[in-house]
Write a protein that binds this ligand. Structure first.
Ligand code: ADP
Ligand code: MG
Ligand code: MG
Length: 203
């Protein structure tokens, strides 16, 4: 994968988030403050504009621009969390990125989110979709399937699994037991990230 392929991934992620903006906001209205769709759309629109204004010359430069933009443009928890993920991806990406290199990039993203937010699987956060996605990517890479599709499917399952959970991190945790019965907004945006990867980078 060249920087152009990875740019297409980010653009597709931004497109899906814009499309699902109201849905993400509705999910965050149920268990948070109703701004996840707005936050993600604002950050990713700005990232796409920054990439157009000054096209990056390497995967690392691409991810760095996205990470810095998310941190500077998004006020909510998701800005620093996605921002840190993309900055860690920038630090781990070679040029070009092959499938094994992409696995490393995904691991770096997950490590960044965990380092920043200290959430574990089961806390009803982005981590609940990202962790199974990273694991499924590794497994499919080893067994010869399409790792991108496997990761997208696993993220979706991880998102579904957040529905009955009681949130232990972020704003939703203030609701206690009342946070159960709704999918986590951040886990939902992670499914869009992985679906965009399957469409633009998968077989
Ligand atoms: P805010 O909660 O500040 O309004 P957003 O609504 O944009 O920010 O993002 C909320 C999402 O952020 C949650 O649905 C959850 O997935 C994620 N999140 C919040 N806190 C954490 C954390 N400590 N670790 C990982 N993800 C988190
Ligand atoms: Mg919110
Ligand atoms: Mg907020």
């Amino acid at each position: 994968m060249e920087v152009s392929d990875l740019t297409a991934w980010v653009q597709e992620f931004a497109r899906l988030v814009a499309l699902e903006r109201d849905e993400l906001t509705a999910l965050d209205s149920a268990i948070g403050d109703g701004d996840h769709g707005f936050n993600m759309d604002r950050g990713l629109s700005a990232a796409v504009a920054a990439l157009e204004a000054s096209p990056p010359e390497s995967p690392s430069a691409l991810f760095k621009t996205v990470g810095m933009t998310m941190i500077s443009k998004v006020g909510g928890a998701s800005g620093p969390l996605y921002g840190t993920a993309f900055l860690r991806m920038a630090a781990s990406a070679g040029s070009p990125v092959d499938a094994a290199g992409f696995a490393q990039v995904l691991h770096a993203a997950l490590e960044g989110v965990v380092a920043r937010g200290k959430a574990s699987v089961g806390d009803k956060t982005m981590v609940d979709a990202l962790t199974p996605a990273v694991e499924a990517f590794d497994a499919a890479l080893a067994s010869g399937g399409d790792p991108f599709q496997a990761a997208a499917d696993a993220a979706e399952k991880g998102r579904e699994a957040t529905i009955p959970l009681v949130a232990r991190k972020g704003r939703a945790s203030y609701l206690g037991e009342r946070s159960a019965g709704h999918p986590d907004p951040g886990a939902t945006s992670v499914t869009l990230l992985m679906r965009a990867a399957a469409t633009t980078l998968g077989n």
